[in-house]
Design a protein around this ligand. Structure first.
Ligand SMILES: [Zn+2]
Length: 131
């Protein structure tokens, strides 16, 4: 029985190592997509990580979602931030809209992928806590 449990744990640890490797890869991919998007926008962008408001989510344990891009503008001496997500499109002549759409789509996809992997890591940690 104890041997079986040992093997089970060894398998789980290997799976966890594999997952951590995929998370590192996903983080690199996301950073690259983030840099491409930032390189396209000729204005200052800030990136924020957030909680989602769900009770039992990993973000309540400090593993936040994101990052989410905000455009920083100064108008009449006031700092304003505009979320570069749904509904925002670049002002005419600033960026090729199609290029922005493609890079934003790619960035979102990669952020969602990292989010899924971090959820799986959180689930694995919860399981291991029960050991
Ligand atoms: Zn959350």
């Amino acid at each position: 029985m104890s041997i079986d449990l040992g093997q089970e744990r060894a398998r789980a640890v290997r799976a966890l190592e594999g997952l951590l490797g995929r998370i590192q890869e996903a983080e690199r991919d996301l950073e690259q997509a983030q840099a491409r998007l930032e390189g396209l926008i000729p204005m200052r962008v800030v990136w924020k990580k957030k909680t989602c408001g769900k009770d039992k989510c990993r973000c309540t344990r400090g593993a936040l979602h994101g990052p989410y891009p905000y455009l920083v503008e100064h108008r009449e001496g006031k700092k304003q931030e505009h979320y570069l997500g749904k509904g925002w499109s670049p002002p005419e002549g600033m960026i090729a809209p199609e290029r922005f759409r493609v890079l934003m789509g790619e960035f979102r996809e990669r952020r969602a992928q990292l989010d899924r992997l971090l959820d799986r890591l959180d689930q694995a940690i919860e399981v291991m806590r029960g050991w």
